[in-house]
Design a protein around this ligand. Structure first.
Ligand SMILES: [Zn+2]
Ligand SMILES: [Zn+2]
Length: 390
């Protein structure tokens, strides 16, 4: 049972166990291949789909980074495939109706499988397109930028609104550390911010357990904590793109992603820091502003959440472990990531508004609602805003 805490991440696919929390947990992904120079592993992982025809999606950056190499290798191995490369020039590819429609047009009557070479946006597009056309899909990850590779949801922008659509798990995830270490540094920073956010997410989960008697699984919380600890311990090497450090980051992202599937709720991976980041992201989309990558805002929001926990320390129930704000800040500074929402383009007004309202965005009990119920949220927000905005 406790086996999953000792297991190598590559051995987790297909695992199923009865847990002390009373539930049966299972990992519903068939294959995870993580390592350096894994083209052989990609070919082996796709062998079951050899008889069909693959649609391979990438964009001009990910095609250059790894897509071309993957396609050439698959063709040399006798796979039939069609490649489509999104070319958005200097603009960011958005997971909107336009991109989804474009990808959909590339699905042909004889397409049997969708393979995407890319990170968050591309995998969200491939996930929804494959799901809606009834095909399996797999991800060749190109950047350690977020924990959503293992998600069942597609985070899309539809009608200028950021919305999550239910879709499906990838059949397989391939993560080549020799490629991912060369991802743009902003994406590595973002991934690290998303990982650091688990420190406050776990504190919130524990708080919800104590205050609301909410479902909680100690094994899953430990699993996430273990991945985060390893990632933090090796964080010094991230700025230099050290391959071992990048591997620890990838492992932590995949582990937390898997933990959502294990728990059946997003608790192990998201709390106050995600409510705040989500609030800022939604506002940016509504106002047509460009917003830094998800993990960048999660990182800064984790500093804010830790500040809130510190202020609330004397009114918190016993047994809540939360990170110190200085500690979170120093971790993010190691790789030059944002630590202050002001640096993300969040105005003081929007910051205060988000502190007061983010708890309503997703129905999730966090320290925001706890402080609000204690009648202290406004006062704590004022104190934090004064520290962050002067
Ligand atoms: Zn459990
Ligand atoms: Zn996240």
């Amino acid at each position: 049972m406790g086996g999953i805490l000792q297991a190598r991440i590559e051995d987790m696919p297909g695992m199923s166990f009865e847990c002390e929390c009373g539930r049966t947990h299972s990992v519903d992904i068939s294959r995870l291949v993580i390592g350096s120079n894994i083209l052989d592993g990609i070919v082996a992982g796709l062998d079951a789909f050899r008889d069909g025809k693959l649609l391979v999606l990438s964009d001009n950056n990910t095609y250059k980074a790894f897509g071309e190499a993957v396609i050439n290798r698959l063709l040399a191995d006798g796979f039939r495939l069609k490649s489509f490369v999104f070319d958005t020039g200097d603009h960011m590819l958005l997971p909107d109706e336009r991109s989804i429609g474009r990808a959909l047009l590339e699905v042909e009557p004889d397409t049997t499988f969708v393979l995407v070479v890319g990170s968050g946006v591309l995998s969200d597009i491939a996930r929804i397109v494959s799901y809606r056309t009834g095909k399996q899909f797999a991800i060749v990850a190109t950047a350690p930028s977020m924990d959503g590779y293992t998600s069942v949801g597609s985070s899309l922008i539809v009608g200028n609104k950021k919305t999550t659509y239910y879709s499906h798990y990838p059949h397989a995830i391939f993560a080549d550390t020799s490629v991912m270490r060369n991802a743009p540094i902003v994406m590595i920073r973002a991934g690290f911010g998303d990982v650091i956010g688990k420190l406050t997410a776990l504190a919130d989960w524990n708080l919800a357990r104590i205050i609301c008697n909410e479902y909680y699984c100690d094994t899953i919380a430990k699993l996430v904590q273990k991945g985060v600890d390893r990632c933090m311990e090796s964080a010094d090497g991230l700025a230099e793109r050290d391959e071992y450090s990048v591997r620890c980051l990838i492992d932590a992202l995949i582990l937390t992603g898997l933990s959502i599937g294990l728990a059946g709720v997003s608790r192990p991976a998201s709390g106050t820091e995600h409510q705040l980041a989500h609030y800022w992201e939604v506002k940016a989309v509504e106002e047509g502003r460009e917003h830094p990558l998800h993990g960048n805002s999660v990182g800064a929001a984790t500093v804010v959440t830790a500040m809130l926990y510190e202020l609330a320390s004397e009114i918190l129930p016993e047994g809540i472990v939360y990170p110190k704000a200085d500690f979170v800040r120093s971790l993010l500074e190691k790789i030059g990531a944002f630590t202050n929402p002001a640096d993300l383009g969040i105005s003081r007004e929007l910051f205060v508004e988000s502190m007061m309202n983010a708890m309503y965005m997703r129905d999730k009990y966090t320290v925001l609602r706890y402080c609000s119920q204690k009648g202290r949220l406004e006062e704590f927000t004022r104190t934090i805003a004064a520290k962050l905005y002067g």
